[in-house]
Every structure is written in C-alpha cells, then in structure tokens.
Design a protein. Structure first.
Length: 655
C-alpha cells in the first residue's frame, strides 16, 4: 500500500528531477548560444577575408543562429556578379523585416548600375532614403520610362546645398542636357550652396550659366572671401538687383561679427542702391534677430519696421521674446495672435499667450488657453497645470504584460536579431533592427517590446522611440511612462543623492538627458558616462571629495560616475545659492556663462528667464531636465509633482 509519506517523497523526487533537467538544459542552451556567438564572429571574419565562399563552408550550428542572415548577407555581397537573381530576391523576401534586405539592395542596385542594367533596377529597387540609391533609381527611370519622372523627384535630388554623391552625376547631366533642370533651379541650388559655404559647388554650377551671370557668380565668391569689397563701387552696378543681393549677403556676414558696422554700412549703401523691398527686408530680418540676441537697445524699432508679410518663424520668435524681455504683455498678445495658425497652435505659444492674457487680467481667456495644454506631460503642459493650480497629469500605469505574450514576442526573428546584436555590442546595427521591427508591431506588441528592452537595460530605445505619447499609439500612454523614465541604478542614485544632500529625482533627470542611461556614452567634446562628465572636471571633483578615480575610463563605472556627477550638482547648487534652475544651466553651459547671463539679465519671472536663455541648447536642456525632474519626483512617490517647486518665482542676480 502506498502511504502519504511515500507519495510526498516521490513528488519531491519528481520536482527535483524536473528542476535538475531544466537547469541542465538551461546551462547547455547558454553554452550553445555562447558558442554560436563566438563562432559567428569568427565566421564573419573569414567571409570578409575571402576564406569562406559558400554556405556549405559555414558551420551547421550557425544556420539556426538568429544572426545567420548577416553571414548570408556578407556572402552575397562578396559574390554579386556570380549570384543568380533568384538568390537575391529570395533573400529580400526572406528578410523583408530586417535592415539586411536594404543593405543588400544597396549593393545589388549599385552592381546593376555599373552594368547599365536599368530595367532590372526598376524591378528590384527597394524604397530607400539613401540619396545614392535614389539617384541610381531615377537614372534607371530616365533610361527606361522618363515620362515617370516628376518635379518632386527632381527637386528632392537636385535642391541641396551639399555636393551630391557621384551616383547622381549621370542623372544630373541627363536632366541638364534635357533642360529638365531649368535656369531657375540652377540658381536655387546656387543660393542653397552659398548658405552651406559650398563655394566649389557654386563655381561648378556657375559654369552652367551665361557668361555675364558667371561673372556675377565670381564677384559673389570674391565678396564671400572679402566682405569689404562691397565698398569698391567700381565692381557693382547699383541697378543690378543681383549686385544688391551680393551686397546684402556681405552686410549680413559683416553683421555676424560687428552689427553696428553693418547697420552703418547699410545706411550708406542704401543711398547708392535704393535697395528693393526684398533685399531691404532680408537685411532687416537678419538685423532684428541679431539685435534681439544682443539685447540691442533698438531691437523693437527694427522689428516694428518690418511688414508682417516678410515675417518667418525665426522673426516671429524673436519679436515675441523681445516683448517678453521688455515685460510688454500686450505686445506679446499682439505678436502671437499675428502668427500663422500652424505656429500659434504650438504648445510654447499657447502657453505664452495664456500667460500674457493673465498678465493683462483677462483671466477667462488665460485659463481657457492653459486648459488646452494642461493635460500634457511636457514642459509647457506642466507649467500650464501650475498656472491653473491643478495637480499635473503624471500617472504611472505600471502594467506588466502576460509572460506568455512576452515569450511569444521573444520568438520574433527581428526581436531576436536586435537582442543578439545588442549583446555583441553592435549597437548601431541593433538599433536599426529594433527600430525596423518596432514599426511592424501592433501597439500592444510595442508595449511588450518596450518591457523587453527595459529587461535588457536597453533604456535608450524606450526613451527615443516613445518620446511622445502619440508615437506609441497606445490606448493608455501612461503605460509607457515608467519605461520612458526608468529608475536606472536606483540604489547608487539614492545613496549619493543622500550623501550630497540633493534631490535624487534631479540626478535621474540629468542622467536621462545627458546619456539616456547609456553607461559608456561619449560626447564629441569628450564627456563620459551616465552623467557626461569631462575627465578634467571629474579628476578635480574626485580629489576634492576623496572619491577613488584612476583615469578617464573610471567614468564608465556607473557608481563612480553617479558619485562624481552628484558631487558636481551639489557644487553647482552651492555656487548658485541653492537655485536649481541656475545649477542645471551651469551643469550644461558652465558656471561662467551662467554668471554672465545673470549679470546681463533684469529681474524676471523664472519661466521668462528660461525662455530668454541665449543658448538654444541650454534653453532646451533646462526645459527637459525640469520636466524630467518633476516626472521622476512622481516616479519616486513624492507629491505634489509641480514644476513651481523646482523654479524660484523670480530670477534676480541680487538674490
């Protein structure tokens, strides 16, 4: 007879066996995967060296590896002239969900073009953003069905101030010979090239013009090199509108260095030329924007001299911000109301229009405008919440997908390829794979993919891909919020924030903005790690705070970087009298610049001061970090999460 005791022993033994087998299989699977990874790298190298020339030479166990398409790609690339077309098209069909298909297409189309196989290009071309490929495709259309070329195709390829790749040469020569590229289009491209300082292209395009026009181009290039030539009246015809344009061009170049000199020269030269309205207001727009940036005493006079029909977005922006600087709220209202609807409806101008109506005591209109953006979790949405004295809509719907759904998505070949490339530290290819497959997923699958990226500590994908709620197309955008604002290295952040007596939400916010939590991030300037510290700054901080630091590579250690970054934030906070806005600005632009800005600034409301920060990068940085901090406060359970807690009421150099 089987007793209960015997059944218990049998059950325990059975559980042990299952767990043992599971452990053995897991270990074996990991060993197999590690071997596949190592052999993949070796095999890829052998293909590139020409030592492997056929699939038969690739080890069999790699044919089930998720990155096997990359080996097939390299083989096909090396043997295009010998590969049957069917093999190429089969590859496209098999991996149409992967960037490898477009990579092969690039090489295949280039190969076909070299052989003049234009009709085949039309058959096998995959839509691409590459200018090289688009030019080859359009060349093929010209050779086979030229009537299909549209003005949009021509403008897309031709109208650029940059030198186009050599793949465009044949196409452009055909279009020029057939007069498809008109005289007007040549001039348009010349102007674009001058804006890019691409003088070699300007000279080349000038050869396509008449001799008198080319003489004008050569004069323009001389003036480009020496702006003072505009005072040599023998070179210029006052009745020639293009000579006027050259003169205005030179005046703007002079104005970037010395605006007052440019203004004096303009007045003198206008007596000779009587500049056309187009040229006159072209210079006025430049001068007005430059004067605003300099806080010139005659900024408003210049802005008011320009008719509304000559305004563009930069001038609208300068005009509104000039009125803000002068605390002229009726002018703020007038200038925002004058904007085209597509500009006026932007959150920034809805906010400032609401603020302005509030300042002139039209509370009904003000509240109505604030309400339009107060449901958004961006900078202006959170500020609008504060103005309405409401709790901001920062809610974290932390929802975990079903395990079965996650397992199912992990079997997706594209997801698998992206993960493997990420583990092999091939981050560029990994991002391409991830972004490609993400576009093919449903909103629900996108959310599951985001949780997978989070599990991998691949946080920058969620920060970038779901930067705006609208991008996710999810019925509950807050479901993504905790994935977009992850608590990376939480224990280190809390530890060092406490040590240096700073807000941990601020540390998270800075790290997110500086590196998107990429621990080995490196900027062009040489800043390193999560909080993007310069090695010299880090070395001094380490010495001052007795933090272990050997060399710049120490900054790639997450704990060390957070410790030094937190110490620097504390230092900036102390330097700027506990003002987190100034401390944040100093972290980005340097304390010297911030001191200069404060000396030159009048006492103003903090939101106005931020809007008037001279550097776009720092202005944008402040808005993002303040928003991040408010959201991270909510993430950490602090309440209420309102921006006004992070922003002094006014910014005054004397306080």
């Amino acid at each position: 007879m089987v007793t209960k005791s015997l059944l218990k022993k049998y059950f325990r033994f059975l559980v042990f066996c299952v767990l043992y087998l599971f452990t053995i299989f897991s270990i074996q699977a990991k060993v197999n995967l590690d071997k596949q990874r190592n052999d993949f790298v070796k095999t890829e190298k052998l293909i590139l060296q020409g030592k492997i020339r056929s699939e038969n030479q690739i080890p069999d166990h790699l044919k089930s590896y998720s990155l096997y398409p990359y080996l097939e790609l390299e083989l096909l690339k090396s043997q295009l002239k010998f590969s049957p077309i069917e093999k190429v098209t089969d590859f496209y069909k098999k991996y149409d969900d992967s960037p490898v298909s477009k990579t092969l297409n690039y090489h295949w189309i280039s190969f076909l073009a070299k052989g003049g196989r234009w009709s085949e290009i039309l058959t096998y071309y995959l839509a691409n953003t590459s200018t090289n490929l688009k030019c080859l495709y359009s060349t093929a259309v010209e050779h086979t069905s030229p009537e299909l070329i549209t003005p949009a195709d021509i403008n897309d390829l031709w109208l650029s101030g940059q030198t186009r790749p050599k793949e465009c040469d044949q196409l452009f020569n055909i279009w020029l010979d057939k007069k498809i590229i008109t005289h007007e289009l040549i001039w348009k491209r010349i102007y674009l090239a001058m804006e890019e300082n691409n003088t070699a292209l300007v000279r080349k395009l000038g050869l396509r013009l008449s001799e008198p026009e080319f003489d004008d181009i050569k004069l323009w290039l001389r003036v480009h090199q020496n702006n003072n030539l505009i005072n040599n009246f023998q070179l210029f015809d006052p009745n020639n509108l293009f000579h006027q344009k050259i003169t205005i061009y030179a005046l703007k170049k002079i104005g970037t260095r010395n605006l007052d000199l440019a203004l004096r020269n303009y007045r003198d030269l206008n007596q000779r030329y009587n500049f056309s309205d187009e040229n006159k207001y072209d210079f006025y727009k430049f001068a007005a924007i430059k004067m605003f940036a300099m806080d010139h005493e005659k900024t408003e006079l210049m802005i008011n001299d320009i008719p509304l029909e000559y305004y563009d977005e930069p001038l609208h922006t300068a005009a509104i911000k000039s009125a803000l600087r002068n605390n002229d709220w009726p002018a703020v209202i007038k200038r925002i109301e004058e904007m085209p609807d597509e500009l006026k409806s932007q959150d920034i101008w809805v906010y400032w229009l609401a603020r302005a109506y509030g300042e002139v005591k039209d509370d009904y209109t003000s509240k109505d405008l604030f309400a339009k953006i107060s449901n958004k979790t961006n900078y202006y949405g959170l500020l609008a919440c504060n103005q309405l004295k409401q709790m901001c809509p920062i809610e974290f719907a932390i929802v975990e997908p079903y395990r079965a759904d996650k397992i199912r998505l992990l079997q997706n070949p594209g997801i698998n390829r992206a993960i493997e490339l990420y583990r092999l530290k091939r981050f560029t290819q990994a991002r391409l794979e991830w972004n490609t497959i993400l576009k093919k997923l449903s909103p629900k699958e996108q959310f599951i993919a985001a949780t997978i990226a989070s599990d991998l500590n691949w946080h920058d994908r969620n920060i970038v891909n779901f930067a705006k709620e609208a991008n996710s197309e999810n019925t509950n955008p807050n479901a993504f919020l905790h994935l977009r604002y992850p608590l990376v290295n939480q224990s280190s952040v809390l530890k060092f924030a406490k040590k240096y007596n700073i807000d941990p939400a601020w540390v998270f916010a800075i790290s997110r903005q500086e590196s998107a939590f990429i621990s080995n991030a490196k900027s062009r300037a040489g800043a390193l790690g999560l909080m993007q510290l310069m090695p010299d700054t880090a070395r001094k901080l380490a010495k001052q705070n007795k933090i272990p630091y050997r060399n710049p590579s120490s900054l790639l250690n997450e704990s060390t970087n957070i410790s030094l970054g937190s110490a620097y934030l504390q230092q900036m906070l102390g330097t700027h009298k506990g003002n987190p806005v100034l401390a944040t600005a100093a972290y980005n632009a340097g304390p010297g610049r911030v001191r200069k800005w404060m000396r030159e600034s009048k006492p103003v409301a903090t939101d106005v001061w931020i809007e008037l920060v001279p550097f776009y990068e720092t202005r944008d940085y402040l808005k993002r970090v303040l928003t991040n901090t408010a959201i991270y406060r909510s993430r950490l359970g602090k309440s209420p999460t309102i921006l006004s807690e992070l922003m002094p009421i006014t910014m005054d150099v004397n306080k």
